[in-house]
Structure formats: C-alpha cells, structure tokens
Design a protein around this ligand. Structure first.
Ligand SMILES: NC(=O)c1ccc[n+]([C@@H]2O[C@H](COP(=O)([O-])OP(=O)(O)OC[C@H]3O[C@@H](n4cnc5c(N)ncnc54)[C@H](O)[C@@H]3O)[C@@H](O)[C@H]2O)c1
Length: 292
C-alpha cells in the first residue's frame, strides 16, 4: 500500500505501547485511525494524542477474545467511521514465570488473546479488507516466534502460532487471487513498553524504542514488505536455527543470554510497583549456568 493518506487503519491494543505508537505514525502519513482496546480507561487519552497529529480518530472498546464484542466493534466502525483498509492485530499479553508455577488460566489467557484473538479479528474483518481496492493485514508476532523462550513458554508458542497463521492467510489470499490484500508479520525482540519490564536484552540486541519499531511497521506497509524482523540479530535467527544443529543453536542462545533473558521479568506489574514507589518483586528464578 504505497499511499496511506486517507486510508483507514484499525489497530487492536491501540490504547498504549506499540499500538499507540503505530497509530501516531500511521496518522503522520495522513491515515484515519481507529484504535480498539480492552482498557477503556486509556482510550480517551490515546485518542487525544493521535488527534494532535490532525487526522480523524475513533476509539472503541473491544475484547478480542470475545466474538460478540468484535461484532459490536465492526458494527460501530461501519456506522461511525467507514470501511477499514488496514487491520493491525497488535493486542497481546504475556505472563512470565516458571511454567508449572504459572497458573494454567494465565497460559490459557495467553493463547486466547495472542492467538484466538488474532484469528477472531481476522475472521471478522478479512472479508471487508478483500472488498477494498487495496488492503493490508499486519500481525504483531515476536522474535520469540522463532525460538523457545524459557519462563515465557506459552507466550513464545502463541507467537509461533501467529507466524503460522499469517503465512497461511497470505498464501491463501495469493492462491485465491486476492493479491491486493497484502500482509506483514512483525517479529521484534524486546521493546520498552513495560510489557517486558525486568528482562535483560540478549547480547548484540538492545531494548527497542516503541517509536522506532512503529516506524518500521509503517514503512513495511508502505512497501508491501512481508516481514519486519528487528533488531538486526533477529534477522539472522531463523537462518542460524535452520543451519546449525540444535545443540549448537542452544549453546549460542545461552551464550547470547537469549534463554535467560526472562529470568527477572516483572512486566507491567513491576512498572506499576515502581510508579507506586515500591520495589518490584520478581520471583527468584536464578539458574545455574547451563553447561556450555
Ligand atoms: N513489548 C515487547 O517487548 C514486545 C516484543 C515483541 C512483541 N510484542 C508484541 O507487541 C504487541 C503490543 O505489545 P506492547 O508492548 O505494546 O504491550 P502493551 O501491554 O503495552 O499493550 C498491549 C495492549 O493490548 C491490550 N489488550 C490486551 N488484551 C486485550 C484484549 N483481550 N482485547 C483487546 N485489547 C487487549 C492492552 O489493554 C494493551 O493496551 C503484543 O502483541 C506483544 O506481544 C511486544
């Protein structure tokens, strides 16, 4: 989609974090913005920030895990905003911690939001995108969609699923002659939004600025790029994993600190605790060094 001016972009999880940053960047290109989020309290502030750019903005509540809520979102958008040209499936959650010590409902919630939410949103809006002269589908996956993530096993698994889903829908659109609906899957390492507070960025990577990643996503849409892998080390990850024997790949992951990066994860809870002047209290998850 070379021209974003006047196009309508719908972003789930758009009330904060990368979703909000992407909304501001898309608005900067002259696109009209619809943000939808579970967190109703944050929607008015986010809407006001995007409006400062000078484009029409709508903000609606949605729970992407609830098909009735998505149907109501779709009806509200049709009545108040108009058809959507770009859908960004961005809403996501993470619950870090040792697998067995993390309650099962949190593992289930991770799949409900990160996978079923993406499937349900795409199911609701894809037919509308196909009706547009040109359209784009963006899925926010993660660098952990290529590699295992200790203390974030179901998060990583959910992001592997998003890559598989995105690849399959893209192929199905091509196969059925809907090449005017482009798609992009975004696989970043850690970004400073609070979602992964407490983590340690693997060596040769840094914690990305949300605005930096948002700009990369908007550029990918403008250039119809299929993948956004950031930072540079993430671009090498799929190649290294397919070339190296698993044992060597595991050793490399440990050497770079990729497998221990989540050890001290606190996420937004840590952010809230430090805002309240408390020390975030991650459970101690120090492990003896794996044998190299
Ligand atoms: N922050 C990172 O380091 C990082 C790295 C790789 C990928 N990602 C992915 O990027 C996306 C955005 O992450 P972020 O860092 O901005 O996180 P964030 O927590 O700041 O924002 C996520 C947003 O999703 C919303 N949301 C959660 N559940 C929802 C639901 N059921 N329905 C509708 N909205 C819901 C939240 O209210 C929130 O506004 C996520 O998919 C995340 O997995 C983040």
């Amino acid at each position: 989609m070379t021209e974003l001016k006047g196009k309508r972009v719908l972003i789930t999880g758009g009330a904060q974090g990368i979703g909000l940053e992407m909304a501001i960047k898309f608005a900067g290109r002259g696109a009209e913005i619809v943000i939808a989020d579970l967190n109703e309290a944050k929607l008015p502030g986010a809407k006001a920030r995007i409006e400062e750019v000078g484009v029409p903005v709508w903000a609606f509540p949605v729970d992407v895990t609830n098909p009735a809520s998505i149907a109501s979102l779709r009806a509200q958008i049709a009545a108040e905003a108009g058809p959507v040209d770009v859908l960004v499936n961005n809403a996501g959650v993470v619950f870090g911690g040792p697998f067995t010590e993390t309650p099962l409902d949190r593992h289930f919630k991770t799949f409900e939001v990160n996978v079923l939410g993406v499937v349900a949103m795409t199911h609701a809006f894809l037919a509308d995108l196909i009706e547009r002269p040109e359209a784009h589908l963006v899925h926010i996956s993660s660098a952990s969609g290529f590699i295992g993530l200790p203390y974030g096993s179901t998060y990583a698994a959910s992001k592997w699923a998003v890559i598989g889903f995105s690849e399959s829908i893209r192929a199905e659109l091509n196969l059925t002659g809907r090449k005017h609906v482009h798609s992009t899957v975004v696989c970043p390492s850690y970004i400073g939004t609070g979602m992964f507070d407490g983590v340690e960025a693997p060596k040769a990577t840094n914690i990305l600025e949300p605005g930096y990643l948002a700009e990369k996503v908007v550029q990918a849409v403008e250039r119809n790029r299929i993948h956004v892998l950031e930072p540079f080390m993430v671009k090498l990850t799929p190649l290294l994993r397919s070339l190296l024997p698993t044992g060597l790949s595991d050793k490399l992951s440990h050497l770079f600190g990729a497998d221990t990066s989540m050890t001290h994860w606190t996420g937004h809870e840590g952010e809230e605790a430090s805002e309240a002047g408390e020390e975030p209290q991650p459970e101690s998850r120090d492990q003896p060094d794996a044998e190299l």
